[in-house]
Design a protein. Structure first.
Length: 456
């Protein structure tokens, strides 16, 4: 393939010098395309409409002279190499002109074919090297800024305490650093979608959708872009040219933003961890002069990987804390609580069960109930929540509760009196245990359900 001819703008007001340069380049059969300007004003006009590979500049023009000419042109086209054509009396300006942005110079009295060709060729090669070095520095600076941002992300998410705080930190890190608006959708257990959105200068707004995605409800429109990304597992870049109201992949939130503020570009990227889909995040740039490209997609994916780990860890930590709380509540019940797995094996035996039956947890756990508990049938029949028939291999868990002296109340086992007042004496005339805390039936049921679903 034939190489592209380099474009040169020859800025010169002397017709004889213009004609000489053109004849020398024709003689050299050099691959150059020459345009001419005879004034600084004309030069600016051409530079505003066209990019040139090199400027061949005379220092003495009708509307600009000497060093001011170099400085003015260099400020107008800082990336374009300048070669000076110096006349008599310009020698004293050469050093200052080179410092002001010129790349090389050539005295007019020395003009001849080979020298002109060599100077122009070397200037173009040097300009290309300078541009490559500048690009490398820019990429290194961008890379350093990116690494610094990701280190900040790691630190912020590491110090976020709890699930809610982690989600808030994710949003605060995104806006306005990476986005003018962001949306986060987290798929929770039970078909719940936790959605948050925030614009620059606003606090995040969170909502819960009780109907899970993909069930054919109107919520599908709100999550359309998210679901599309989750189906493929790949991020989606919406450049400005693709953001049209008729785009079938745009969800209702992006449609709203497109109508309200206008969008320049958007990214939707999945939140995944070890093959599990946690949700997705949507980043949007409005008409702020910024645009997303492939580099921003890569950065968004790095951010998403870190966020996924932090979100999952925080959610797990909160669930463990809730589970411990539920276990403490079940342990404190004066009712005996027994949890059986699908094969009838005892998986949980609380302290009240030990006290009521005289059987320790060590003696019954991991054994079939009908073998570990004497007279099992009578025991199961006395339970408040009777056990279903034991069938090896059956699914699910069975929770049995049987009343103790506290009638299902919470017992303070710390040895000290609780901070609440003791209950009134019961109808039987017995005095209430001062170490018993009241638990309503609904709370008691919720604690038992949580523990039975999570215990092993």
């Amino acid at each position: 393939m034939e190489a592209r001819a380099s474009s040169i703008l020859h800025v010169e007001d002397n017709p004889g010098d213009i004609r000489l340069v053109q004849e020398l380049l024709i003689e050299a059969r050099a691959p150059f395309e020459i345009s001419c300007a005879d004034r600084l004003e004309t030069t600016f006009d051409l530079l505003s409409r066209e990019d040139f590979d090199l400027l061949l500049l005379d220092l003495q023009l009708p509307d600009s002279r000497g060093l001011n000419t170099v400085e003015a042109i260099h400020s107008q086209a800082p990336g374009t190499p300048i070669v000076l054509l110096t006349g008599f009396g310009d020698e004293s300006l050469v050093e200052a002109a080179l410092s002001a942005g010129a790349l090389d110079y050539l005295p007019k009295r020395d003009l001849e074919t080979n020298l002109l060709l060599r100077v122009l060729t070397h200037a173009l090669e040097r300009a290309e090297l300078i541009a490559e070095e500048r690009e490398a520095r820019f990429e290194a600076q961008a890379g350093n800024a990116r690494l610094a941002f990701l280190r900040e992300v790691d630190l912020r998410l590491l110090h976020a305490s709890g699930y809610e705080s982690t989600l808030e930190a994710v949003v605060q890190l995104l806006v306005p650093r990476l986005a003018d608006w962001c949306g986060i959708d987290i798929f929770e257990p039970g078909g719940v979608v936790r959605s948050g959105e925030a614009a620059h200068g606003e606090r995040p707004r969170w909502s819960l959708t009780l109907d899970g995605p993909g069930d054919g409800t109107t919520e599908d429109a709100r999550l359309r872009g998210v679901l599309s990304v989750l189906r493929t597992g790949r991020s989606q870049l919406y450049p400005g040219s693709a953001l049209a109201a008729s785009d079938p992949l745009l969800d209702s939130r992006l449609h709203r933003l497109l109508d309200d503020v206008g969008l320049s570009s958007a990214i939707v990227t999945p939140l995944e961890l070890r093959g599990r889909q946690l949700g997705a995040m949507t980043l949007v740039l409005t008409k702020s002069g910024r645009w997303y490209g492939e580099e921003e997609v890569t950065l968004a994916e790095d951010f998403a990987r870190r966020s996924s780990l932090a979100i999952d860890s925080a959610r797990t930590a909160d669930e463990i804390a809730e589970l411990r709380h539920a276990k403490h509540a079940v342990d404190a019940l004066s009712d005996g609580v027994v949890v059986l797995d699908g094969a009838g094996v005892i998986r949980f035996w609380n302290p009240a069960a030990e006290a009521i039956t005289g059987l320790t947890a060590e003696s019954v756990l991991s054994r079939r109930a009908d073998r570990a508990i004497p007279d099992w049938e009578a025991f199961a029949a006395s339970a408040t929540s009777p056990a279903s028939p034991l069938a090896a291999g059956s699914c699910g868990r069975t929770v049995l509760t049987f009343p103790g002296p506290g009638n299902g109340q919470l017992v303070d086992r710390s040895g000290s009196a609780p901070t609440v007042e003791a209950p009134e004496p019961r109808d039987s005339g017995t005095v209430a245990d001062p170490h018993v805390l009241t638990m309503d039936e609904e709370s008691r049921k919720r604690v038992l359900e949580k523990w039975s679903s999570r215990s092993k």
